[in-house]
Design a protein around this ligand. Structure first.
Ligand SMILES: Nc1ncnc2c1ncn2[C@@H]1O[C@H](COP(=O)(O)OP(=O)(O)O)[C@@H](O)[C@H]1O
Ligand SMILES: [Mg+2]
Length: 259
């Protein structure tokens, strides 16, 4: 049976773009494979994708993680918008009714954290069978002028605000890896304390915290809700499909006490 409750899927920039590149380069074969897997899922969903080499390189060059630079904001936003258009194009090619929702148009942050996001359009899109596609972006910030907003922050925010309980971050590793490079089945707030020194930032240019940033965002969510989320490898065939269809793959981030 198909669940009527929407699912939130994040596609990491490390999967859909060549993150080692100095300019925006799409990993076309991976994007098309993922778009096809998404199209085979019949339920409602929101997709959030990372900025990959379309965002992080500009953000770093203009120092957007440290200072307000209007030119850098525009260049970075225009660049991630191009990636969003490519992602939405690939999804529509396979019959997914995807619509880009650019975070800069509907979100205000304060000191880098989401203060408010306009959600009425997203709710209506879900109701009417569209798949809203958000992405890592630069957005206006009440204190900083503008800030870099990671897809990893958008995902738990949407889950909480929209009451969605199934969410997954698809990235380039088999989950959160331990010191031997093996994927850890589960992290809870309690277990995280013994484990956090193995979790680092990104291996490529990423101004928003890499794997540690993901785990922290999801743990925060699990502290204030009973939501369990997943970090899995979207670079491997069928994983996106398996996640969307309810399988437990990769690393599970759970509240300490199961509800
Ligand atoms: N313990 C860990 N387990 C998995 N990945 C880790 C770990 N520590 C650091 N990383 C790095 O974090 C990266 C994932 O973060 P990031 O590059 O931001 O991905 P995305 O593009 O999906 O946001 C991994 O590819 C890896 O280089
Ligand atoms: Mg990242």
């Amino acid at each position: 049976m198909i669940s009527t409750e929407p699912v939130i899927l994040k596609l990491g920039g490390s999967v859909i773009t060549d993150k080692g590149a100095d300019e925006g380069i799409v990993r076309e074969a991976d994007l098309l494979r993922i778009a096809k897997e998404v199209s085979e899922f019949r339920g409602k969903m929101i997709i959030v994708h990372g900025a990959g080499s379309f965002g992080h390189t500009h953000a770093k060059n203009y120092g957007l993680d440290r200072k307000f630079d209007p030119e850098g904001v525009i260049i970075t936003h225009e660049s991630v918008k191009k990636l969003a258009s490519t992602v939405v194009g690939a999804l529509n090619h396979f019959g997914v009714r995807a619509v880009a929702v650019h975070p800069i148009c509907c979100t205000v942050c304060r000191n880098g954290r989401i203060e408010s996001m306009y959600l009425d359009n997203i709710k209506l899109m879900l109701e009417k069978g569209f798949v809203p596609v958000l992405h890592g972006d630069v957005v206006m910030d009440l204190e900083l002028g503008a800030c870099v907003l990671s897809g990893d922050q958008i995902v738990p925010y949407l889950a909480k605000e929209l009451g969605i309980t199934r969410l997954g971050l698809g990235s380039a590793e088999d989950g959160v890896l331990d010191k031997d490079g093996k994927s850890v089945p589960e992290i809870t707030p309690e277990k995280f304390e013994n484990f956090k020194h193995y979790i680092r930032g990104s291996g490529s240019t990423d101004v928003t915290g890499g794997m540690l940033g993901k785990v922290q965002e999801l743990l925060e969510l699990s502290k204030t809700s009973s939501i369990t989320s997943y970090i899995f490898n979207a670079g491997k065939e069928d994983n996106v499909y398996r996640f969307l269809n309810g399988e437990s793959i990769g690393t599970r981030i759970s509240p300490d006490k199961r509800v």
